[in-house]
Design a protein around this ligand. Structure first.
Ligand code: HEM
Ligand code: HEM
Length: 174
């Protein structure tokens, strides 16, 4: 995503990039709603298999998204955006990708260990701790990301409309 933040060009994201962005918002919300409420629920073999499949597909699609966006898209931050703000956006975007990989990856590890008979104990509990920590971290990052997006909507600098199909700005952005 280096080119995203450094060659800021205020262009719009492609339809595919928007589909991936909003598709992941839906997938993530679904993952949170369907979350495993307690480790004991994994006794249900069908649930364990579904969770592992979900996390595997999630990771694969995330890799496709990251590769596509990094290769083909540029940030819509205006050229004159202060360097520190470009860096902050980059950190939050990378942070969200890393957290998503970490959440699905630790989930897969929990599923694998559970299947191997590590149904309690320090090992699986530590990984659940990491899983939960990353969930809290991404909530914060998403919060910052959405506040920043709203701030850009208020500035009417085209960043909001480059990704969000609702409440589009009337000026600057077509
Ligand atoms: C993208 C995939 C996943 C998402 C979005 C997700 C999301 C979550 C969320 C939101 C929580 C609650 C965290 C909290 O309350 O602090 C959680 C907890 C947990 N998840 Fe996941 N998860 C995913 C994959 C998995 C997988 C594949 C497994 C294992 C098969 C798993 C096992 C667990 C367990 C054991 C807990 C802790 C439950 C407890 O409170 O004891 N997760 N997950
Ligand atoms: C699960 C929640 C979300 C995640 C994980 C997320 C993640 C990302 C990421 C990684 C990017 C960089 C482009 C890319 O790689 O696709 C991005 C761009 C963007 N997102 Fe989100 N997003 C989420 C929700 C939202 C919401 C709810 C809004 C608006 C209300 C929003 C508005 C934007 C905007 C305006 C951009 C363009 C920013 C720029 O070009 O610098 N996002 N998002």
């Amino acid at each position: 995503m280096d080119n995203i933040q450094e060659e800021a060009s205020n262009t719009s994201y492609s339809l595919f990039a928007k589909l991936l962005h909003w598709g992941f918002v839906i997938l993530f919300v679904y993952g949170v709603i369907k979350q495993v409420g307690s480790i004991n629920q994994l006794e249900d073999n069908a649930l364990l298999r579904f969770e592992v499949l979900f996390a595997g597909v999630f990771l694969l699609l995330l890799a496709v998204r990251f590769a596509y966006v990094k290769k083909t898209q540029t940030s819509s931050l205006p050229q004159e955006t202060p360097k520190i703000q470009k860096l902050a956006a980059k950190l939050v975007h990378y942070g969200m990708y890393a957290s998503l990989v970490g959440i699905a990856g630790s989930g897969l590890l929990i599923g694998f260990l559970y299947g191997q008979g590590f149904q309690s104990g320090l090992l699986i509990e530590s990984i659940i701790g990491v899983h939960e920590f990353l969930v809290s971290l991404i909530y914060w990052l998403i919060g910052v990301h959405v506040v920043a997006a709203l701030y850009h909507r208020f500035l009417k600098d085209g960043v909001w409309s480059s990704m969000v199909p609702l409440f589009k700005e009337q000026n600057k952005e077509s």
